[in-house]
Design a protein around this ligand. Structure first.
Ligand SMILES: Nc1ncnc2c1ncn2[C@@H]1O[C@H](COP(=O)(O)OP(=O)(O)O)[C@@H](O)[C@H]1O
Ligand SMILES: [Mg+2]
Length: 429
């Protein structure tokens, strides 16, 4: 998931959301995080766990290199160096433990299925050449670390930073030559193409729909998202803007996209979730939003996530990387790889939906900041949305009047659908 980008460009006016009495680092609020006493036990506990799953006589030792600091567990991703004995020789290797977030850390999602991530990462590794870090062992009970976790292999590479967003400059991606940035873009689209190409996704990954209501994959996805929004709203407040967007989404349902066979979705399909080496993906991470649904969901998320970061840069008076992940380039690359041409019109609905999901992320990261005393309660919920102007513009451009009359946009939806049909007419897959 995304870490909140604490940057000068947003939300709309950062001074609105900052407390006059932000507590010091050692405040009671910050001590609510997982304690250093618990964290100190992590290496020993992991070593005991590994002693059970490695061959007898392995005698593993664990050093946690990142994810734990003096205040406790600072992240749900722990990088560990493990030394053990195998065939009489000492072996050392880095593993990454992905730990399910604890309720008292104010998690982003209402329910967290680490087992689903593990199953999907295993399947993607087996069925495609997408470079998913090999997953090794799953601990589903929570008895070892207090929460379920799995261990995967550590992959060397660089991730475009979220904090501060890579569009603000001073990082390897921003400073990279345009042809390398282009390579990164093209090869990231290839990841989507391959994931989406896994046959029989609806049957194979039917378990991902567990607990979601609706008679199509997209309806079930929206059902999940609505509950995510309710969870966020309960934590920090309702948003009239998000509710306006939900109304628009229902009134302009993308029937054609919803009718096609759904695919496996990576979910949080952002370049910020990829380890790159030489501007090529070497580790495709973060499968916590994986689902089954229309391919447009991933395509939109990839493009829209960059728009959010680009918007942050431009709001701060910076150029950003305007030539990266442009919609037409992503859709062209996708068509070259899959034979399936998704048109810009097909993505319009999905961009509104992506924007709503970004709101859900910011509701939860806002609730967490509020809980830990990092911000004061915002004067209006929308002040939490770094991309607020993007969502408002999308709805305005879509002809949404901003009220109940929003439902009267059936013609626009029909036109978009017709354009979608034409675009798919050229599909070869
Ligand atoms: N298998 C891995 N190998 C190396 N680094 C990893 C691996 N998995 C995660 N990381 C590091 O942890 C960070 C967060 O991982 P990610 O899966 O995106 O989790 P989150 O849900 O916290 O966003 C990554 O940006 C990367 O730096
Ligand atoms: Mg991530």
């Amino acid at each position: 998931m995304i870490t909140v980008p604490l940057d000068p460009s947003g939300p709309s006016d950062p001074s609105d959301t900052r407390s006059q009495d932000v507590p010091d680092d050692d405040s009671e609020a910050l001590r609510l995080r997982r304690s250093s006493r618990d964290a100190a036990q992590v290496p020993g506990r992991l070593a005991e766990f590994l002693a059970q799953v490695l061959p007898a006589g392995a005698e593993p030792e664990v050093a946690v290199e990142a994810g734990i600091d003096q205040n406790g567990m600072s992240s749900d991703t722990l990088i560990c160096k493990v030394t053990w004995r195998e065939c009489g020789a000492a072996r050392t290797r880095r593993f990454v433990a992905r730990v399910a977030p604890a309720e008292h850390d104010v998690p982003v999602f209402p329910n967290y299925r680490l087992d689903h991530q593990y199953a999907v990462m295993s399947a993607v590794a087996e069925l495609t050449s997408v470079p998913v870090p090999p997953v090794r062992w799953m601990e589903p009970t929570g008895e070892v670390l207090g929460a379920p976790f799995f261990l995967m292999e550590h992959v060397e590479g660089r991730v475009p930073p979220d904090v501060l967003p890579y569009t603000l400059g001073s990082n390897w991606l921003f400073d990279g030559p345009p042809e390398a940035q282009r390579r990164l873009q093209e090869e990231t689209v290839s990841v989507l193409a391959e994931v989406h190409g896994i046959p029989d996704a609806a049957e194979r990954f039917a378990f991902l729909d567990e607990g979601r209501r609706g008679d199509t994959a997209l309806r079930r996805h929206l059902d999940w998202c609505r509950r995510w929004y309710e969870y966020g709203a309960a934590g920090i407040g309702r948003s009239a803007l998000v509710e306006r967007a939900f109304t628009w989404l229902e009134a302009n349902w993308p029937t054609e996209a919803d009718r096609r066979d759904p695919v496996l979705l990576w979910g949080d399909a952002r370049i910020g979730n990829v380890l790159y080496e030489d501007f090529r993906p070497v580790g495709v991470l973060d499968w916590e939003m994986t689902a089954v649904g229309p391919r447009e969901l991933d395509l939109s998320w990839l493009v829209f996530a960059h728009r959010v970061f680009q918007h942050m840069a431009e709001s701060a008076g910076l150029p950003g990387i305007a030539h990266l992940l442009r919609e037409e380039d992503v859709l062209d690359a996708y068509a070259r790889r899959t034979g399936i041409r998704v048109g810009a019109d097909d993505l319009r609905w999905f961009h509104v939906y992506s924007a709503v999901m970004w709101c859900c992320v910011f509701l939860r990261t806002g609730a967490r900041q509020l809980h830990f005393g990092e911000i004061a309660r915002p004067p209006e919920t929308e002040a939490l949305f770094y991309h607020r102007a993007l969502l408002e513009r999308l709805l305005d451009d879509a002809g949404d009047g901003g009220g109940a009359e929003a439902a009267g946009t059936g013609d626009a939806a029909g036109t978009a659908e017709a354009a979608g049909d034409a675009a798919y007419g050229g599909a070869t897959a």
